[in-house]
Design a protein around this ligand. Structure first.
Ligand SMILES: CC(C)(COP(=O)(O)OP(=O)(O)OC[C@H]1O[C@@H](n2cnc3c(N)ncnc32)[C@H](O)[C@@H]1OP(=O)(O)O)[C@@H](O)C(=O)NCCC(=O)NCCS
Length: 173
């Protein structure tokens, strides 16, 4: 039984299971999904295996991770939304199969995942990063109430960093 962390009108946030591998591997094999992530290249199945191994270890050890997002009506894995800490900060991110874009799911999942991270798991100082051209992603940050608190680079590309003004009154130092 996969643990459910939150339900919204159209989706649920839940723990990952090894049977999510095929669906997640298809998501990260899509060049358009990966266009604004890391080096901008699609990723092989081996990286989906590695990702699922890591998130399943996180959900076992501490509960929170980048939660699996499931479309309630179809039972399909849509992608993920939630926090990882591999950079030493609580980095909130999301990634969905293309067929789910443009219908408000991104913001619906982000609102639910933020609530769970802050209230169930008491995480503070959550940030979110994006390449500036990823307008949809930045719009979700803004709709959650984040503002730009800093900037950086990743793979030689400029990056904007968002957070909550009340937690970063002086920006990201
Ligand atoms: C970015 C992503 C999560 C957006 O998901 P989504 O479900 O389409 O987003 P929503 O429908 O909830 O839209 C949220 C807001 O962004 C806007 N938006 C979404 N995609 C957009 C785009 N490509 N260009 C401009 N605005 C966009 C929407 O209009 C909406 O704003 P509004 O309410 O003011 O109209 C999705 O496209 C995705 O998974 N992309 C690939 C992975 C990725 O880039 N992850 C983030 C890395 S930083």
């Amino acid at each position: 039984m996969k643990k459910i962390h939150a339900r919204t009108e159209r989706l649920l946030l839940r723990d990952w299971d090894s049977d999510d591998l095929d669906a997640y591997a298809a998501i990260i094999a899509d060049p358009l999904v990966m266009e604004h992530i890391g080096d901008g290249k699609p990723r092989p199945r081996s990286q989906a295996e590695e990702f699922i191994r890591i998130v399943m270890a996180h959900q076992q050890s501490r509960g929170w991770t980048r939660f699996a997002v499931e479309h309630t009506a179809s039972g399909q894995l849509m992608g993920f939304c939630g926090v990882d800490d591999k950079t030493g900060q609580y980095d909130f991110g999301w990634r969905y199969a293309r067929s789910f874009w443009g219908s408000g799911f991104g913001f619906e999942a982000a609102s639910a995942a933020l609530w769970v991270c802050q209230n169930t798991f008491s995480l503070t100082h959550i940030i979110s990063k994006s390449y500036p051209e990823n307008e949809g992603s930045i719009r979700i940050m803004q709709k959650m109430g984040m503002i730009q608190i800093g900037e950086g680079t990743d793979f030689g590309r400029p990056l904007v960093i968002y957070g909550f003004a009340s937690e970063w009154p002086d920006g990201l130092i």
